[in-house]
Design a protein around this ligand. Structure first.
Ligand code: OAD
Length: 236
C-alpha cells in the first residue's frame, strides 16, 4: 500500500488547504493561469479597500457578477471526497482560500474560510455581519440596522486575514499527521505559508494540482492531476 493510503488509514489528524483549483471542475474560474480572473480583471481596481472606497458601484457590480456565476454551481466529487475524509478522521480541519462556499454546500463541517465568503456582507459603518444571498444584489446594498454601506465579507489585497480563522488554521497546520494542499498556486501569503508550517511541524505533506507549484518543493509528494481524480483514487 502506498504511503498516503496507509497514512489515511492510520492518521488521527488531517488538515487540508484548498484553493481555486478544487472548484475549477465545478465551473468556478481560478485566478491565475490562461483563463484566470486576473488575466481579464485588474485586482487593484476590484479587490482592494481603496478600489471600493473610490468606486463602490464598480466593485459591487463585479461581486454581483461573481455571485450570479457561483449561485447555480454545485460542488464536484473532490468536495464530496473531503466530506467523506472528514467523517472518517478523528481530527479534521479544512482550510480554504475559496470564497464560493462550496465546501459547506457539499457538507464539510470544520471549515476555516480564511479569505471570507462571497455570501456574507459587513456594514462599513456599524460593522455588523450578515448572510446575504440576494442575486442580483441591490447596488449599492445598505445595512438593515443603520443604513450604512455594505461590503462583501471577503479579504482584499492589502487586508489582514480574520485573526480567529488564521490562528485556527495555523494550529491545524502545525498539529496534523497528514496535510493535503489542493488546487492552489501557492503564491498568496499567508495561506501558502500554512503548507510550509505543516511540513516544518512534521506533517506528511501531499500536494494535488494539475501542475507543479512553488509548494511542490516542500511537499513530500506531488500528485499531478485533477483534484477529483486524484482524491477519488486515494480514497478508493
Ligand atoms: P490560483 O488561481 O492562483 O491557482 C489555482 C491553482 O489550481 C493552480 O495552481 C492550478 O494549476 C490549479 N488547478 C486548476 N484546476 C485544477 C484541478 N481541476 N485540480 C487541481 N488543481 C487545479 O488560485 P488560488 O491559489 O486559490 O485571494 O489563489 C489564492 C488567492 O489568490 C485567492 O484566494 C484569491 C486570489 O487573489 C483573494 O481574493 C484574497
Amino acid at each position: 500500500m502506498d504511503t498516503i493510503k496507509s497514512k489515511l488509514q492510520t492518521g488521527q489528524s488531517i488538515t487540508v488547504l484548498t484553493g481555486a483549483g478544487i472548484s475549477a471542475e465545478s465551473g468556478v474560474p481560478t485566478f491565475r493561469g490562461s483563463d484566470g480572473l486576473w488575466k481579464n480583471f485588474r485586482p487593484e481596481k476590484l479587490a482592494t479597500l481603496e478600489a471600493f472606497q473610490a468606486d463602490p458601484c464598480l466593485v459591487w457590480e463585479w461581486y454581483d457578477w461573481r455571485r450570479k456565476l457561483i449561485e447555480p454551481i454545485e460542488p464536484n466529487p473532490a468536495h464530496y471526497v473531503l466530506v467523506d475524509m472528514e467523517n472518517q478522521t478523528e481530527q479534521f480541519t479544512l482550510i480554504t482560500q475559496n470564497i464560493d462556499g462550496l465546501h459547506h454546500k457539499a457538507g464539510s463541517q470544520n471549515v476555516l474560510e480564511i479569505h471570507g465568503n462571497i455570501w456574507k456582507v459587513q456594514c462599513t459603518k456599524c460593522q455588523c455581519l450578515s448572510h446575504n444571498s440576494e442575486v442580483p444584489i441591490q447596488i449599492l446594498p445598505t445595512c438593515h440596522q443603520c443604513g450604512g454601506l455594505l461590503r462583501p465579507k471577503v479579504v482584499w489585497f492589502g487586508e489582514t486575514l480574520p485573526a480567529k480563522e488564521l490562528a485556527a488554521a495555523q494550529l491545524a497546520a502545525t498539529h496534523c499527521d497528514l496535510m493535503f494542499i489542493i488546487g492552489t498556486s501557492g503564491l498568496v501569503q499567508p495561506a501558502a505559508s500554512l503548507g510550509i508550517a505543516g511540513k516544518q511541524a512534521g506533517a506528511y505533506v501531499v500536494e494535488i494540482n494539475v501542475e507543479r507549484t512553488p509548494l511542490s518543493n516542500i511537499a513530500d509528494e506531488t500528485r499531478i492531476g485533477k483534484a477529483s481524480d486524484v482524491l477519488i483514487d486515494l480514497l478508493s
